[in-house]
Design a protein. Structure first.
Length: 200
């Protein structure tokens, strides 16, 4: 009798864990957490995206965040789950995910992108085909309830889908190897804010 009770208890524990795991997966939108790679060379990712953008004549859409961030996971699920948004994005942009988290802040890549992390996570950076940073977009402005606004995301994507002519660009930052003599430019202050967000 004792063995039967132990077996039933083990079975119930197994079923409970399976149900909780399934609910957790559904709460995250069932998204594979593979778009943000903390081990990737972010600088190389940016240079590769820039090369593709120049070749294709498209702007770059850089999405910064990590799987530690529920809103980052939700945004990916939202974009990938909406065929029209995904198709529009792929037709008009070179889309690249850059990881940012307490285990890898990719500080050099963030400097290359004009230090957009003060906008929160996830954050979009739109770059011209030549790597010039055109716009930092807080995705908080694209939210609706516990998700994202389809209309707001499409409006944002449409607003920056056409690459600017070289004469109309006001240069903020160009994706290139950063100048090591440039010194600090406020990145440490922003990182302290992120430490609070990440629970340091």
């Amino acid at each position: 009798m004792k063995r039967l009770v132990e077996r039933v208890a083990r079975y119930c524990a197994y079923v409970f864990c399976a149900v909780i795991g399934s609910v957790s997966l559904l709460a995250c939108g069932g998204v594979e957490k593979s778009d943000y790679n903390p081990l990737a060379d972010a600088q190389a990712q940016l240079v590769e995206a820039k090369d593709s953008a120049e070749l294709l004549g498209k702007n770059m859409l850089v999405q910064i965040g990590g799987d530690w961030c529920p809103w980052c996971v939700r945004l990916n699920a939202f974009i990938k789950g909406d065929a029209e948004i995904l198709e529009y994005l792929q037709q008009h942009y070179v889309w690249v995910h850059i990881y940012y988290g307490k285990d890898n802040r990719n500080e050099v890549a963030m400097k290359m992108l004009g230090n957009p992390t003060s906008k929160g996570f996830p954050v979009f950076v739109v770059c011209a085909p030549d790597g010039t940073v055109l716009h930092h977009q807080s995705t908080g402005e694209l939210e609706a309830g516990k998700g994202y606004s389809r209309k707001a995301i499409m409006k944002f994507l449409q607003a920056y889908s056409t690459p600017p002519s070289s004469h109309s660009i006001e240069t903020e930052t160009v994706i290139a190897v950063p100048d090591s003599s440039a010194g600090e430019n406020g990145a440490d202050e922003r990182i302290e804010d992120v430490d609070e967000l990440l629970g340091d």
